[in-house]
Design a protein around this ligand. Structure first.
Ligand code: NCD
Length: 311
């Protein structure tokens, strides 16, 4: 049993990822794209390995892209139907996972509405299984942050001169928390956090703005976030129309950013709440490129962790 909860064979958060590994993952995902492996597959690479998707919360792009990434590397994928699993009969989380591990499982991809569940599993699960955090509560979503960094790099190259604005419901966003750490590790020029005071935790780094127009001035990257109603107390819940007025990205607001600014969103999007519907297919908006990068980035993560399992 591995005694070290921070074992590098897991991907639990961005904090624990050495900068060199982060950069290697970005390069390796780009190489996968350049070789066309993310589309055509390279099924010899991880043949005979098994990945189990355990999603205790809803997901479209994250679950599907882990599945496609694994299949394109030749792996066997099992999607556990949590609603119909033995956990409904009262089996504990760890007992369920030990049961799955007994059938041989190299990767457990876990999404959970509670913070630190993937860390807890990683502390208890024996080698060689790697745990990948696919989003825990409001804590972390490391693979999404890596996808976003890859997408920024494809457009902008160097991070050091960039001004990046993260906008919206930052309080409930695990994606934003992981993006902030990744941007810091990549020495980004400036991080701006924009949102209503009650959705913008004071302890987060960056320059804080409660005025969207001021915050967007001359930024290179605009990262929009979904209003996460399912995580809110009723008094946190903004009225949608007035939210869009104050913090929604409209065509005229986009003009405040640099002319070549890119508009991103980890999805799922709420049209006309965070982003004007007419901007979704605007040339500056690269949301579907983020989605497309999900497969090669997750292929790179699986290949990297597999190497650590073998060591
Ligand atoms: C995010 C998530 O689930 O954390 N989406 C994603 O994985 N791409 C953001 C969200 O739910 O708003």
């Amino acid at each position: 049993m591995d005694e070290n909860p921070m074992s590098p064979r897991h991907l639990l958060n961005i904090q624990d990822l050495p900068v060199n590994t982060l950069l290697e993952l970005l390069s390796s995902a780009q190489q996968i794209i350049d070789r066309g492996w993310h589309r055509e597959g390279a099924s010899h690479l991880l043949a005979h390995k098994t990945l189990i998707n355990l999603f205790f919360e809803t997901s479209t792009r994250t679950r599907v892209s882990f599945e496609l990434a694994a299949k394109r590397l030749g792996m066997t994928v099992v999607n556990i139907d949590i609603a119909n699993s033995a956990m409904k009969k009262g089996e504990s989380l760890l007992d369920t996972l030990y049961t799955l591990q007994a059938m041989v499982c190299h990767f457990m991809v876990i999404r959970h509405n509670e913070n630190f569940i993937p860390d807890y599993v990683a502390e208890h699960i024996a080698p060689p299984t790697s745990v990948i955090n696919a989003g825990d509560g409001t804590h972390a979503h490391p693979s999404q942050a890596l996808i976003d960094m890859l997408t920024i790099r494809q457009h902008k190259g160097d991070f050091t001169p960039l001004r990046v604005a993260i906008v919206g419901d930052i309080k409930h966003s695990r994606a934003a928390r992981s993006q902030i750490v990744a941007l810091q590790k990549l020495n980004v020029g400036e991080i701006r956090l924009i949102g209503p005071a009650h959705l913008l935790p004071e302890d987060l780094p960056g320059t804080h703005y409660h005025d969207m127009d001021a915050g967007l001035a001359n930024v290179d990257v605009i990262m929009l976030l979904r209003i996460q109603k399912e995580r809110m107390q009723t008094n946190d819940m903004p009225d949608e129309a007035s939210y869009f007025k104050q913090f929604g990205l409209s065509k005229s607001r986009l003009k405040l950013a640099k002319p070549d600014a890119i508009v991103m969103h980890p999805g799922p999007i709420n049209r006309d709440i965070e982003i004007a519907s007419e901007l979704v297919n605007n040339p500056q908006t690269i949301i579907y490129q983020q989605v497309a990068n999900g497969v090669p980035m997750r292929m790179a993560i699986l290949m990297h962790l597999q190497q650590l399992q073998a060591e």
